[in-house]
Design a protein around this ligand. Structure first.
Ligand code: ATP
Ligand code: MG
Length: 493
């Protein structure tokens, strides 16, 4: 039997960038192959070719032995490829059930049977464990629910090859678990899976085999049991990982941010403080109130009640602009909200700090560029140049760009919502080092993350939010994964 997928010397260049260079691989029916690699290594490029987004590739693709020219998304679908892209593709203004059936309806000549469609949609949602009414508008869903919906939609297509580009980056552990169960079923039915991930635990749990890309080339292919996380990281980075020693904090007593009472649905009552030089973590599942906390502090949502002080003056942000004016910067976790695709790297980076580069209405381009160059180097931002459009950056590099924009505002208080979502393991440590450096210079940082390891690595203190309340607060010396998890699941007394 020919392999399910066979790729021979696949290459793709963008003006000046070799994104993929003569990659060959074979995937068996029912196999789950992890594709790993640093930000910008070529992972999304590979899967975009397979899903017909880039028709102008060089090389050969065979599915079940049959040669394919995947020159359009329709062709890829007909060849049996279903893809969940890194950037979601649901239509916000349509209902959940319309989104689920969008593709099928577009291709069927049969008249629409509303009742049957509703039933079908309800069944798909139930299989994915999603408790959403089919008529809900997608724009009203949380990021996690949208991700699960996108996955559910792809699973309805009975594909030969299912491709997932960082599917769990916005999911909680429990939601990811549901996805893994569904993947097992799909594979048992013979569907092969290409799975892109930056998460080591996930990679070693799910993979049959692992392929590592670096600078567009395949640098390692191995069975899961023939390699180790250590070897994998070495192959990913082409160097050893640096691990910084934990930081010593001597937090001064006066609070930078003092939340005395904050109510913002579903957050019922929050009270806590962040001092200059401190990194305080916020842990919370989606819907717990943790996201609401961040949005309210940045003025993106109006709290029902707020008694907040910033450097001992009243703080009640009416809007993100008002928050910025007070020295509060925010990096959203959904980079779709943070990056302006048509603007170039420099314009994206300095968007929130332009007045610093302006004198008498004229922008000082050279100092603007110098600052962006310095920050880009710090985060190892991979882009064709400062004038490259943000849309030409890989997903993880777009996320780094959002962070750079925040830092260039020279904030007093930095609010971060899942800042390393989609950032590779090497760059993650660059981000952590940058946060620690900032904290050392006196910035107060509030960091929400869906990754507990991230919180325990960089934070001085962690607040756990469950059902709208801060139910547990741990200092660094008390960090305990089990206790945190229990608190997040609502099991702690
Ligand atoms: N549309 C485009 N125009 C120009 N360059 C591009 C385009 N898409 C990707 N590239 C470049 O190709 C290279 C590979 O990008 P790709 O998106 O495949 O990376 P990736 O491995 O998916 O990274 P990440 O983990 O950050 O998602 C990068 O250098 C990127 O800047
Ligand atoms: Mg990518």
């Amino acid at each position: 039997m020919p392999p399910r997928l066979s790729i021979t010397r696949l290459s793709k260049s963008f003006a000046g960038t070799r994104a993929l260079a003569e990659v060959s691989l074979e995937v068996a029916a029912g196999e789950l192959r992890v594709i790993a690699g640093e930000n910008g290594a070529g992972k999304s490029t590979l899967i975009r070719i397979l899903s017909g987004v880039f028709g102008d590739y060089a090389g050969e693709i065979r599915i079940d032995g049959e040669g394919q020219r995947l020159t359009s998304p329709e062709r890829a679908m007909r060849a049996g490829v279903a893809t969940i892209h890194q950037e979601l593709s649901l239509v916000g203004a349509l209902s959940v059930s319309d989104n689920l059936l969008l593709y099928r309806r577009g291709h069927a000549l049969a008249p629409v049977d509303g009742e049957r469609e509703r039933e079908q949609a309800a069944r798909v949602l139930a299989e994915m464990g999603l408790d959403i009414a089919p008529e809900t508008l997608v724009e009203r869903l949380s990021l996690a629910d949208r991700q699960l919906l996108e996955i559910a939609r792809a699973l309805t297509r009975k594909a030969k090859l299912l491709i997932l580009d960082e599917p769990t980056s916005a999911l909680s552990a429990a939601e990811a678990e549901r996805l893994f169960e569904r993947l097992a079923t799909v594979r048992a039915a013979g569907t092969s899976v290409l799975y892109i991930s930056h998460r080591m635990d996930e990679i070693f749990r799910l993979a049959d085999r692992i392929t590592v890309l670096r600078d567009g080339r395949c640098v390692l292919e191995s069975g899961r049991d023939e390699t180790t996380p250590h070897e994998l990281v070495g192959a990913l980075l082409g160097r050893e990982k640096r691990v910084a020693p934990p930081r010593q904090v001597t937090a001064p007593s006066a609070a930078r941010l003092e939340v005395r009472a904050l109510r913002a649905k579903p957050l019922v009552d929050a009270a806590f403080a962040v001092r200059p030089g401190e990194i305080v973590g916020v842990a919370g599942l989606s819907g717990s109130g943790a996201e609401a906390l961040m949005s309210a502090l940045f003025g993106a949502v109006r709290p029902e009640h707020a008694e907040i002080r910033l450097d001992d003056a009243p703080y009640y942000p009416e809007s993100p602009a008002a928050a910025l004016a007070r020295g509060v910067a925010f990096a959203p976790g959904d980079r779709g909200l943070g990056v302006f695709q048509e603007l170039d790297v420099v314009a994206n980076a300095t968007l929130s700090s332009l007045e610093r580069y302006c004198r008498f209405g004229v922008v000082n381009r050279s100092s603007e560029r110098a600052d962006v160059a310095r920050e880009s180097e710090r985060f190892a931002l991979k882009a064709a140049g400062p004038g490259a459009a943000a849309s030409s950056l890989s997903g993880g590099n777009q996320q780094k760009l959002v962070l750079i924009r925040c830092l260039l505002t020279e904030p007093r208080l930095l609010l971060l919502d899942d800042p390393t979502r989609g950032v590779d393991i090497g760059a993650k440590h660059d981000v952590y080092a940058a946060l620690e450096e900032l904290a050392d210079s006196g910035v107060a940082i509030l960091l929400r993350s869906t990754e507990l390891d991230e919180l325990t690595t960089v934070c001085d203190r962690i607040l756990a939010v469950t059902r709208g309340r801060i139910c547990l607060e741990l200092a660094r010396s008390e960090f305990d994964r089990e206790r945190l998890l229990a608190a997040l699941m609502g099991a702690a007394a």
